[in-house]
Design a protein around this ligand. Structure first.
Ligand code: NAD
Length: 286
């Protein structure tokens, strides 16, 4: 049987989540995706209208099939957590079962189990503010959407993950080196995500034989990255300074994710794997 993957954080064809879905599909996996509720309508209608058809083409010429798109909001674990103004918001009230617990119940009802969990989402409302100017609310929101969201997804999915399964998240080197401009507590959120990768690798490995790794990716002009505002500068910086002087493609991250989700990496867990043209290894720019 082919593997079944759930990829959380796909709302267009520009980000890492989409590229990971493609690499997993090319390797024969069945693809389920989780899309942020406010982005769901436009993503689904674009899919239906064929807007992504060109980017759905796999190496063998066939089109990637997404078996099902689930609405989700990874900052809410169960219906009781959802504030009234969100519940009644027009973009949310049109969908149902999008808290993490309900999402996993739906996937279980539809498919029974999954093999691969991918977390490709982040949100920091104050990302453009330096840490010294970040509010408590903004900082906690960044951690909630970008770090605890992975803890929660893994916690809820683990009971329906097959032994030998794997989970992957996406992180950024701002967790361990100073990247001015990656603010709002997002650097803190990535540091938490990387630390949690180790602790969760232990807990999920011992209890469920599931591996937990994170990819520290280089810069990509995704929707989220464009919102931060310095992505072109980061791409230029990498091009000028990394050991491999080429623009990083999302596909390269997708392929690394497919490796980390496959038995080829069966002894790798708790790792931060750099997929960044080697930029992390440089000490000074040259
Ligand atoms: P993206 O915009 O394609 O993906 C981010 C996704 O998160 C979006 O689809 C958005 O709808 C979703 N999202 C936001 N809040 C959510 C919530 N509460 N619940 C559910 N979904 C939510 O951008 P991307 O850059 O591909 O980001 C994917 C991952 O890659 C993120 O973790 C990001 O930090 C990481 N990353 C990106 C870069 C880069 O340069 N683009 C570099 C390193 C790491």
């Amino acid at each position: 049987r082919g593997k079944r993957a759930f990829i959380a954080g796909v709302a267009d064809d520009n980000g890492y989540g989409w590229a990971i879905a493609k690499s997993l599909a090319a390797a024969g996996a069945e693809i389920l995706v989780g899309t942020w509720v406010p982005a769901l309508n436009i993503f689904e209608s674009s899919l239906r209208r064929g807007k992504f058809d060109e980017s759905r083409i796999l190496p063998d010429g066939s089109l990637m099939e997404i078996t099902k798109v689930y609405p989700m909001d990874a900052v809410y674990d169960c219906p009781e957590d959802v504030p009234e103004d969100v519940k009644t918001n027009k973009r949310y009230s049109g969908s149902s079962n999008w808290t993490v617990q309900e999402l996993v119940e739906s996937v279980k009802k539809d498919f029974g189990s999954i093999d691969i969990l991918v977390h490709s989402l982040a949100n920091g409302p104050e990302v453009s503010k330096p840490l010294l100017e970040t509010s408590r609310k903004g900082y906690l929101a960044a951690i909630s959407a970008s770090s605890y969201s992975f803890v929660s997804l893994l916690k809820h999915f683990l009971p329906i993950m097959n032994p030998g399964g794997a989970s992957i998240s996406l992180t950024y080197i701002a967790s361990e080196r100073i990247i001015p401009g990656y603010g709002g507590g997002m650097s803190s959120a990535k540091a938490a995500l990387e630390s949690d990768t180790r602790v969760l690798a232990f807990e999920a490995g011992r209890k469920h034989k599931v591996r937990v790794n994170t990819i520290s990716a280089g810069p990509l002009r995704s929707r989220a990255a464009k919102a931060i505002g310095f992505i072109d500068m980061m791409i230029d910086y990498s091009l000028a300074n990394a050991p491999l002087q080429k623009e990083l493609s999302a596909e390269e991250v997708g392929n690394a994710a497919a490796f980390l989700a496959s038995p080829l990496s069966s002894a790798i867990t708790g790792a931060v794997v750099y997929v960044d043209n080697g930029l992390n290894a440089m000490g000074v720019g040259v």
